[in-house]
Design a binder for this molecule. Structure first.
Ligand code: BGC
Length: 826
């Protein structure tokens, strides 16, 4: 067979065209295309004009291909923050900005957005997801994806499916009934396919949907029958990185592309499976056709990439998105922006000193600069004196040792027999060496550190895998347990543990740290050694720091306390074990409120944390992981320049005991989704427990009255709800009008109430505005598992309108009778 030369763009315009093109290719070429060429690149096929398609993470920005030394990316607010805006236009613009960043970094497909559900607040990737509600997840997620693709770049919707927690993340099997799958977990993917998404990522976990139990990379029922055949997905199903384990089962299960490569479970094994007739060549052609269509869509085959049109200032977009996503949890007394300009500001908290701007794991991007709160407040109030007090360090690990500033280091690489292969200066050590000699099996990192300051220095080296760490002659830790790709997948390599050694210094002296490290072979993630030297200087105790913070708050005319999570708590790779704020932050807030009751408390976290002092604080703002413009966005909000108009996309618990799904620890490898359709706030509505703040809550900087409501059937079989609201405050504001549906009693299991639609309005003080909130038919329907189809039971649907799921102000109902719905206003 000769390689065809199909370079005309029309040759790849549809999946059918691409199938024809694929059929004409030699089998070996086709199979080669179905595994990546590297971590982020696919193979080229110059004969048909195919250049390598490139992928890059991920949901908080576009990291790039790691090919340009020191390359930086724009760091956006965390996805939950974008969802908290309840602003689909902003989400679309964020998507466009991702598309533009992708093109700037040579990326064709962005591994985002993540539309898994925030099923449990302890979920490690909670911050990377949008919401605990499927409709809000879908509305925001599909807008982000559409924005990316609007710029000619592919979006990759992930992770398909029921990938909502991290414990045993590569092996657990989610046992989910078909009704919950359809109404909750599949819903965002269904909408994304309808909107034309170009790729979907098959998750690490398995799923048991009652029809088939298989890893998601092999799940023919969910991938082929539902995603491709029923929903009509014409894009590429790519495996999560290193997720695929089989050739025949995965190829027949509907997976199209194995990442990363080269090598892996397909390659020769897949070729052999086709030759032996275990996988049909038709399956292969379909996969290749999907790849060719994706390549065509991103401009890697037959046509040039579509021009990027988004031209707005990206830093300004990040700042605006961050500020407007912040949620006012409490607002009593005089708002910070309504007070006289401060002359002294006490800026308190570990996250004030070092804001946490993104969660850990594969979504990490490297911004050129992060604006700290101190920087933001100083620009906003240039005449004010800013006193920064950390108030204790909630992090268990000391800061990274700056090797070059305190001494020097060398790295010696050795082979299996211990023979020295190389000896290099490692004084600019940044925690890793990923560029090892091909025969290196171990390495010795020898660091000389000058300790000038009298007192007790705390030193450690964080590492994973086989190692021996000796600090100033003391063996801190040793292990012979080797690790492989698992240390990347569970994220332990990103923030590695290390045992501390206290070194008492009376007079300045030099000590040595010796780290003997086994080389880690992490498959597609490469070979490396990892050592994170850490160093805490002698200094004040936590008690002394808290005391100093309290005194600063007492003396200042504006106290701002920023508390939150950090890289040790929120990350891909593990679920949290507690909802409490790390360290002594609760005590810090309580003590500051004792002396400064008007202190503004800011929470810098992605996922819910318990706030035991919440009722005592007058101004409380949830600020998310705000991205690189963190400090400026916070200053905009405090000064009243931007309304923090966010609304919680999840429920904030008052007590961990009330959380409907308090953990996600699999039982014998299986994770039972027995909460069914009662996910998130729906579980709270069912139990009746009172959260600290309900789903949809957010006070903004003004007040609202709900005036009247009327509802009518809509042409699509759904309903339209007309609502009038009035801004009762004295500044312009934005309100998110939320419509919750209650179904008529019937045979089906239904949530007590659920979000059916929402619309945001703006109004000046005293102004009344009307809005029409569509509730699409699918949002009213139920999945009838017995009939295996959607149903819209007859009866009266109550529509409750308000400011959150627990602040429902207006009520109406519509009677829906097949075939013609009949109108009845309330
Ligand atoms: C994550 C994906 C990510 C991929 C590539 C995986 O471990 O689950 O979300 O896109 O790595 O970095």
């Amino acid at each position: 067979m000769t390689t065809p030369s199909l370079t005309a763009p029309e040759a790849f315009a549809t999946l059918a065209d691409c199938r024809a093109a694929a059929r004409a290719l030699p089998l070996a070429d086709k199979v080669r295309l179905l595994t990546g060429r590297s971590m982020w690149h696919l193979h080229a096929l110059p004969g048909i004009g195919l250049r390598p398609v490139t992928f890059s993470d991920g949901p908080v920005g576009v990291r790039g291909l790691g090919e340009v030394e020191g390359a930086t990316s724009i760091l956006f607010p965390t996805p939950s923050a974008v969802a908290a805006t309840w602003d689909v236009a902003l989400a679309f613009e964020v998507g466009q900005a991702f598309g533009r960043e992708a093109r700037d970094h040579g990326v064709d497909v962005v591994l985002a957005p993540q539309v898994n559900l925030q099923r449990t607040p302890v979920g490690g990737r909670h911050f990377e997801c949008f919401s605990e509600d499927p409709f809000l997840t879908s509305a925001i997620g599909v807008s982000v994806a559409s924005g990316i693709q609007d710029q000619g770049v592919g979006a990759c919707m992930k992770h398909y499916l029921a990938n909502d927690s991290e414990t045993e993340r590569t092996t657990y099997v989610s046992r989910v009934g078909m009704q919950a799958l359809r109404e909750v977990y599949l819903a965002p993917f269904e909408d994304a396919v309808r909107a034309g998404v170009w790729s979907v990522m098959a998750a690490y976990n398995g799923a048991d949907d009652g029809i088939e139990a298989a890893p998601m990379t092999e799940h023919r029922h969910l991938v082929v029958d539902i995603l491709k055949d029923e929903l009509g997905f014409d894009g590429v199903v790519v495996s999560d990185w290193e997720a695929t384990r089989t050739a025949t089962a995965a190829a027949n299960g509907g997976l199209d592309l194995v990442m990363p490569g080269p090598g892996g479970p397909w390659a020769e094994r897949l070729l052999a499976a086709v030759e032996a007739g275990r996988v049909s060549e038709r399956e292969i052609d379909d996969k290749v056709a999907r790849l060719l269509l994706l390549a065509h869509r991103v401009g890697a085959l037959g046509a040039e990439p579509a021009p990027v049109t988004h031209a707005a200032d990206l830093r300004a977009l990040v700042r605006r998105a961050a500020a407007s996503s912040m949620v006012v949890l409490r607002r009593e007394g005089v708002a910070p922006w309504d007070r006289p300009a401060p002359t002294t500001i006490a800026l308190i908290g570990a996250n004030a000193a070092r804001p946490h701007v993104l969660g850990g794991g594969s979504s990490t991007v490297h911004p050129a600069h992060v604006a700290t709160p101190a920087e933001g407040l100083a620009v906003r109030w240039p005449d004010a004196r800013i006193v920064l007090e950390r108030g204790g360090d909630p992090r268990a690990f000391a800061p990274r040792l700056d090797v070059a500033a305190r001494g020097a280091a060398t790295l010696v690489q050795r082979d299996d027999a211990g023979i020295e292969l190389s000896r290099t200066d490692a004084s600019s050590w940044a925690g890793w060496d990923k560029d090892l000699h091909p025969h290196a099996r171990s390495a010795e990192l020898r660091i000389r550190v000058r300790l000038d300051e009298p007192g007790v220095h705390r030193l450690s080296v964080g590492t994973v895998g086989a190692h021996r760490i000796v600090i100033d002659g003391v063996e801190a830790s040793a292990s012979e347990a080797a690790v492989g790709v698992d240390c990347v997948l569970d994220s332990s390599v990103n923030n590695p543990a290390g045992i501390e050694v206290d070194v008492a210094v009376a007079e300045a002296r030099e000590i040595e740290i010796l780290a003997t490290l086994g080389v880690i072979d992490a498959g597609g993630y490469g070979r490396f050694v990892r050592a994170e030297p850490r160093h805490a200087l002698p200094g004040p105790t936590a008690d002394q720091e808290i005391e100093a913070a309290v005194e600063a708050a007492r003396a200042a005319d504006l106290a701002v306390v920023v508390v939150g999570t950090n890289e040790e708590s929120e990350s891909e790779g593990w679920d949290r074990t507690t909802l409490a704020l790390p360290g002594r932050q609760d005590e810090l807030v309580a003590r500051v409120l004792d002396v400064a009751p008007d202190a503004v408390i800011v929470i810098n976290a992605g996922a819910p944390v318990l706030l035991p002092w919440l009722d005592r604080a007058r101004t409380v703002i949830w600020a998310w992981f705000p991205g690189q413009e963190a400090g400026h966005a916070l200053a905009d909000v405090l000064a009243g320049a931007v309304e923090p108009a966010g609304r919680l996309p999840w429920t904030l618990p008052a007590s961990a005991d009330d959380v409907p799904v308090p953990h996600a620890v699999p039982d014998a490898g299986s994770l039972s989704y027995d909460d069914g359709v009662h996910v998130g706030y729906r579980g709270w509505e069912r139990s009746g427990a009172t959260p600290a703040a309900p789903f949809g809550h957010g006070l903004g900087w003004t007040g609202w009255r709900y005036d009247d409501v009327a509802a009518a059937p809509a042409p699509d079989g759904g309903v339209e709800v007309d609502v009038a609201v009035t801004n009762t405050g004295d500044r312009e504001g934005r309100e998110v009008i939320q419509v919750y549906v209650e179904a008529p009693a019937g045979a089906h299991e239904r949530p007590v109430r659920w979000l059916g639609g929402f619309v945001a309005v703006h109004a000046r003080p005293g102004e009344t505005v009307r809005a029409r909130v569509p509730v699409a038919r699918r949002r009213l329907e139920v999945w009838d598992a017995e009939a295996a189809s959607w149903a819209l039971p007859n009866g009266e649907y109550r529509l409750r309108v308000g400011r959150s799921v627990r602040d429902l102000r207006l009520d109406t109902a519509v009677r829906l009778e097949a075939p013609e719905p009949v109108r009845r206003d309330g």
